[in-house]
Design a protein around this ligand. Structure first.
Ligand code: GMT
Length: 381
């Protein structure tokens, strides 16, 4: 198949999912065309069957708000025509599904009048936050209803979309996935890299996000502070965003900033995640929690909140631990108990990887998307 993929190319779970899916599909012989304003960060360079088409947005002085969605729609239609795409797959409804809808209409009205079906994958905040804003809700609902196929990354998100948006068309759940060959625990690499971050053989905890309020970064610091009081440890913070400085100040106030390492945004995170022992994900809400899955594949045990779709990913007490949002006491107790029990830590890590491979491995999930595309194409023929 020839598939156009649009996503947010910078840092964020939906862009990662879209890119990894594109790479996986390309490896299976499909021709993949990424259409976006920048090259997705996790594209690992020149890959066979992968093409990238940049969307140029004109910045006339008249435009206080350059119309990216229109430029995107135009580029989608152009690329679809030039490369004879079979379908478009957009990740994150706003504004991508609206642009895809316009592209479909443009092609349908063109001289050869062909239909370009599009699939929309819902990721979370496109529904739970942005989509509930009155200025976006009607158009988001419309573009979801107009999609030729809709998928959501968890049952939680599907149910919430059906309930809150009152969407009538079917939403299929296809879970996020992880490339288990790339995300894994390599003892040799760990022995080489770990001393750089844990020079005195401290325990390592990690948090990975866009540091937005929904991620509750200050809870990460609170949990780490409690762990640090009992166990020599360091915290790796991967990412950046609006809550960084408040977290930095909290770490300073608690006198632990020397052991809190802000590593910034990273293109490839698997090496760093794989050297750690525990991942902290105390989010207010996660429709899935891709970072936790990536940790699980690396045998790193996630300690997270029982929020949104997270319980569909982490099996409490078997592949990680879950607590209520804001319950930093319980989350730190889980971390301390685990770090004091090496055997349990390793066993849970192994179980976590086993589940990641069995239920969420990208080689399995990519086939679900292929089937889904085929059904969409049959229906649209
Ligand atoms: O909230 C984010 O971290 C960004 C957002 C995105 O689209 O990049 O994440 C959402 O999509 C991820 C990939 O499918 C999910 O793993 C996250 O759980 C989801 N975030 C929320 O629901 C808050």
């Amino acid at each position: 198949m020839k598939i156009g993929i649009t996503c947010y190319p910078t840092y964020g779970g939906s862009g990662v999912v879209a890119t990894e899916l594109g790479l996986e599909l390309a490896q299976r012989g499909h021709e993949i065309h990424f259409i976006s304003y920048a090259q997705p960060i996790r594209l690992r360079g020149a890959e066979p069957n992968i093409h990238y088409h940049e969307v140029e947005v004109s910045r006339y002085p008249l435009f206080d708000y350059p119309p990216y969605d229109l430029a995107l729609a135009t580029r989608m239609a152009e690329v679809a025509q030039l490369y004879d795409l079979d379908l478009l797959h957009v990740h994150y409804a706003i504004p991508h599904s609206v642009s895809a809808l316009l592209a479909r209409q443009m092609l349908g009205a063109g001289p050869r009048g062909r239909r370009l079906p599009f699939v929309t994958t819902l990721h979370g905040t496109d529904i739970t936050l942005v989509g509930l804003d009155r200025s976006y809700l009607p158009i988001t609902r419309y573009s979801i209803e107009q999609s030729d196929g809709v998928t959501a990354i968890s049952n939680y998100l599907r149910d919430r979309t059906l309930r809150v948006f009152d969407v009538k068309n079917r939403i299929e759940v296809i879970y996020n996935s992880v490339n288990c060959d790339v995300y894994h625990r390599d003892p040799e690499e760990i022995a080489k890299m770990r001393p750089e971050y844990a020079p005195n053989n401290e325990r390592l905890l990690v948090h990975l996000s866009n540091f937005r309020p929904v991620k509750r970064l200050t809870d990460v610091i609170e949990i780490f502070d409690r762990v640090h009081k009992q166990i020599p440890s360091r915290l790796l913070l991967i990412g950046d965003g609006p809550d960084r400085s408040v977290a930095e100040w909290l770490a300073v106030q608690k006198g632990i900033h020397g052991d809190v390492l802000f590593l910034g945004k990273q293109d490839q995170i698997q090496d760093k995640v794989a050297i750690t022992d525990i991942m902290l994900m105390p989010s207010e809400l996660e429709s899935f929690g891709l970072a936790a899955l990536e940790a699980m594949a690396c045998e790193v045990v996630p300690i997270a909140t029982r929020a949104g779709g997270v319980p569909e990913v982490i099996d409490h007490g078997k592949t990680g631990y879950l607590a209520d949002v804001g319950d930093v006491e319980t989350m730190s107790r889980y971390a301390i108990d685990l770090l004091n029990n090496e055997q349990r830590l390793r066993e849970m890590g192994r179980q976590a990887r086993a589940v990641a491979m069995e239920r969420f491995c990208s080689t399995k999930i990519v086939k679900q998307y292929e089937d889904f595309y085929r059904r969409v194409l049959e229906r649209s023929a």
